[in-house]
Design a protein. Structure first.
Lengths: 154, 154
């Protein structure tokens, strides 16, 4: 079975080099970018301005290959690709939560962006804590690894 | 630009009819299903068992069309498709957080499932609150609409 997708827009970010991109957008809240939804989909943005955060789905276009085991940024051990957030994954799909700063027509100014400039946008969904957040979460190999990120940026 | 994806597995759920599926999985925590990752991708599951929750990406295969405006389950007004979570969206991509109950090889027993039986699986990512959760969230048209869901199931 093959599934064919077409980008609905493009993400503009300040990041052109891998080393500039934060591990996750929430760690670099000053990372401001914009999401350009192509005009033919613009009508679908009606009422997004009421939401403070959006979930974006996109295509890791710079990643040409995948590996079933990978080393994440946060440590030097191999883990299964489905236990890490590396872009080098089957189907190369990415998900991020961004902060919506402003909407101007089909252009969304957003904070907490963590993708390459020019990333193809596949979907935008409203971020809803009651749908998307969970309590009593265990984070496996990441346990203790995020402690030094407990600063102002969280 | 066309992007071609291939399912990495299939989601087995108790839901064969639309009216049985909860609006979101978290509202029906007894909804137990299983995620079958195809054998050729099984190695990528290494270490997922340390995580209590996983984010799954999938293809809304029952939705053949999309509409830029839609009426969500929770009210009778039209909203832009990017301000609601309807499956009838461009690219038909879905995201859910599920509770990992057990891993047996390439089969994951999961709770809080909210998709049709047979849904094609596109990706599995570890759910990490520090990456995926936000504070001070505004939820636009959904404000006040979720209050009657404040019961035991949340």
């Amino acid at each position: 079975m093959k599934i064919t997708l077409e980008p609905i827009g493009v993400i503009h970010s300040p990041y052109e080099k891998k080393e500039d991109i934060p591990i996750q957008g929430v760690f670099k809240s000053q990372g401001v970018g914009s999401i350009e939804v192509f005009k033919e989909y613009g009508k679908g943005l009606q009422d997004v301005e009421g939401f403070s955060h959006l979930m974006i789905l996109y295509y890791f276009h710079k990643s040409k290959d995948f590996s079933l085991l990978g080393k994440p940024f946060l440590e030097d051990k191999l883990h299964g690709i489905f236990a890490i957030r590396s872009p080098h994954r089957p189907n190369h799909l990415g998900v991020s939560v961004v902060r919506l700063l402003e909407r101007k027509g089909n252009l969304l100014k957003v904070g907490e962006i963590d993708v390459f400039d020019g990333t193809p946008l596949l979907d935008v969904k409203p971020y809803v804590p009651k749908f998307d957040e969970r309590k009593d979460v265990k984070i496996g190999w990441l346990e203790g690894k995020l402690d030094h990120h407990n600063g102002d940026q969280i």
